[in-house]
Ligand binder design. Structure first.
Ligand code: AMP
Length: 310
């Protein structure tokens, strides 16, 4: 049985067979993912009780990103906070970033280790990763899944001083501000509470709703900025992949993002871009950087890891 565990901290750079020691180590990461890891542990413990003797594997959503170099994972904070509390960038959606970057190389028939790939996992939660020669070198989520892109309801990157400013102006506690940043922000907040669902935002965009237009454009601009940053981090990019609910199903978002990528020689084949549900190249044959849509499949990736280990 394979289990997805959200946070493996610095302890787990790959999947492991679950034993009592592993359970303790997962529990030690609870602080880093208080909403997710305790729930993951409940699932694992229930399954161990129901199916004693069945080998269980933990696949960590942070593991793929453990290859990031120090300059990518350190924050510009006093180093004692890293040493005491392990405050650093971890990144999430690793199972998806790993699956999609590998699958894209397989579809193209090119060795995985030869490519510089940027994966845009755009769903309700959203993150970008830079995968150089088969290893993750940077990703947009951080200590928690709040950093980086603008998401369905999460703010992504903001000036950290906004937290104090808002706390004073609105007389809110830190917990209340965190609820705003996690649950009331993102495209939901930007669209003036129209929706966090990109289907509604796309309708609003075509209707000419100014808030929906702002949400779609701001979301896409942020994705394009991360692509630029990761092209710099890898000193180039061969391939850009879109995946997850929005990345796989919203041609408009892909178009808005790719409009910023002329300097990478990206040109999009709009007929291919309108297709759904398949691994497909959506850039034109003469596009200098290839662009693909690869439907993610975290369940398959977890199943494969589980089979490999047991
Ligand atoms: P995920 O978190 O990967 O399951 O993605 C969920 C999000 O995908 C939803 O909130 C929708 O905004 C988006 N989505 C799903 N289907 C479509 C679609 N046909 N067009 C645009 N967005 C979609």
């Amino acid at each position: 049985m394979g289990h997805l565990v959200v946070h493996g901290g610095e302890k787990f750079a790959e999947s492991v067979i679950i034993d009592d020691q592993v359970l303790e180590a997962i529990e030690a990461c609870n602080d880093l993912a208080p909403l997710h890891n305790p729930a993951n542990l409940i699932g694992i413990n229930a399954c161990r009780k129901l199916m004693p003797g069945t080998p269980m594997v933990a696949v960590f959503d942070t593991a793929f990103h453990q290859t990031m170099p120090q300059e990518a994972y350190m924050y510009g904070l006093p180093v004692e906070y890293y040493e005491k509390y392990k405050i650093r960038r971890y990144g999430f959606h690793g199972t998806s970033h790993s699956y999609v970057s590998r699958r894209a190389a397989e579809v193209l028939g090119v060795p995985y280790e030869s490519l510089k790939t940027i994966v845009c996992h755009l769903g309700n939660g959203a993150s970008v990763s830079a995968v150089k020669n088969g290893k993750c070198v940077d990703t947009s989520m951080g200590l928690t899944p709040l950093e980086g892109l603008i998401m369905g309801t999460r703010s992504g990157d903001i000036d950290p001083a906004i937290i104090e400013f808002l706390a004073h102006k609105e007389n809110k506690s830190i917990d209340e501000i965190m609820t705003v940043l996690n649950k009331k922000s993102g495209v939901l907040g930007l669209s003036n509470n129209l929706s966090s669902d990109f289907r509604d935002l796309e309708d609003g965009y075509h209707r000419g709703d100014a808030y929906a237009i702002c949400a779609m454009k701001t979301f896409s601009y942020r994705v394009a900025k991360y692509i630029g940053a990761y092209a710099a981090a890898m000193n180039g990019v061969d391939l850009i992949c879109f995946t997850a609910g929005v990345g796989e199903n919203a041609p408009l978002v892909r178009t808005l993002v790719c409009e910023y990528l002329g300097y990478l020689g990206v040109t999009i084949d709009q007929e291919a871009n309108s297709k759904r549900g398949e691994d497909i190249v959506i850039s034109t044959p003469d596009s200098r950087t290839k662009v693909m849509v690869i439907p993610t499949n975290e369940e398959l990736a977890i199943a494969r890891e589980t089979v490999r280990l047991v």
